[in-house]
Design a protein around this ligand. Structure first.
Ligand code: MTE
Ligand code: MO
Length: 310
């Protein structure tokens, strides 16, 4: 126990950014965007918290979990505002090991240049995430969970003039293995990674794992339409319908869909019904961890070079 525990149980640990993320290279401070600084860090099976990338559109919110609630709304028996205590103690606890990758990882290598933070290879990490199965909470409040429905999950960090980070997850995925996670690698999550609670969507691109979850809504469609383009003056659709779509060079703005039947990112890219695939499950990629950018190549006598990859 730390001698100075005045900050209270369940509060995020107080540390400076540098100390907390010693293994990251910062791309921007506010909002914080930082990637793993060395390929070496990605060689181990688990990525330590201070080496796991951070990707945020807005400033990291200052939240006290004792005052935080997650509202459950939409197609369900009863509206409810869940406390963190409810989420942690009323349901079972599950852990999942997930390699999370930002869909923008590798963007710095694009030609022609892509806009946005210039991630090289470090926007990927492998961590154990622990939390409550979303399915149990939905069942508890009589939510409709039929295939074809969507669970729209909203981040609570956007200021009054910012777009809300909001993602719609196919219900079949939400009830299969999604968690409301509050621990990372067996320790309380840092504010930057989503404290006090984030959605964790195993096997899917990081953009689906909404941090600082404030509301979950069971809906017949993905977040779309005028109602959501301006809800209390803020746009909730941008990060589902405009960003996080695969954009061929010639395209300006992708078509917005109320629903899609195909959830595999790759299959959407192959099929014709959606022009610009939504970034859902992760596409196959591999990273060479050794030799690294600075290594001198020393081939064996018969001309081979040994490589390690993840
Ligand atoms: N509320 C909220 N959730 C968010 C984001 C965000 O900006 N706001 N960024 C998303 C993106 S694009 C990624 S890749 C992951 C990154 O999670 P991490 O910062 O814990 O690595 O969080 C996702 N969840
Ligand atoms: Mo991302």
């Amino acid at each position: 126990m730390e001698p100075d525990d005045a900050h209270g149980e369940g509060s995020p640990p107080r540390q400076s950014k540098v100390e907390k993320f010693s293994g990251l290279e910062t791309l921007s401070e506010e909002p914080l965007n930082a990637q793993t600084a060395s390929r070496k860090h990605l060689e181990s099976y688990l990525t330590p918290r201070e080496e796991h990338y951070v990707r945020s559109h807005h400033r990291t919110p200052d939240i006290d979990e004792r005052e935080w609630t997650v509202s459950l709304r939409g197609l369900l028996g009863e509206d409810v505002d869940l406390s963190m205590d409810d989420i942690k103690h009323q349901y079972s606890t599950e852990s999942v090991v997930h390699m999370m990758e930002c869909s923008g990882n590798g963007r710095a290598y694009f030609s022609p240049d892509a806009e946005g933070d210039q991630w090289t290879y470090g926007a990927v990490g492998h961590a154990i995430w622990t939390g409550t199965p979303v399915r149990e909470i939905l069942d508890d409040y009589g939510a409709a969970t039929d295939d074809g429905l969507w669970l729209t999950v909203m981040g609570g960090e956007a200021a009054a003039d910012e777009d809300v980070f909001c993602r719609s997850i196919p219900m079949s995925k939400a009830v299969d293995d999604c968690l409301l996670a509050y621990e990372m690698n067996g320790t309380p999550m840092t504010p930057e990674h989503g404290y006090p609670v984030r959605l964790l969507v195993p096997g899917w691109f990081g953009n689906n794992s909404v941090k600082w979850v404030e509301e979950m809504r069971v809906m017949e469609k993905m977040v779309s339409g005028e109602e959501w383009e301006s809800r209390d003056g803020r746009d909730y659709t941008n990060y589902q319908q405009s960003s996080y779509r695969i954009l061929p060079a010639q395209d300006d703005e992708p078509d917005r869909h109320a629903s899609v039947d195909t959830h595999s990112t790759y299959k959407q890219m192959q099929a014709n019904d959606v022009q610009n695939a939504y970034l859902f499950d992760q596409l196959v990629k591999s990273l060479i961890t050794s030799p690294d950018d600075e290594s001198e190549l020393t081939p064996t006598p018969d001309g081979y070079v040994e490589i390690a990859h993840v």
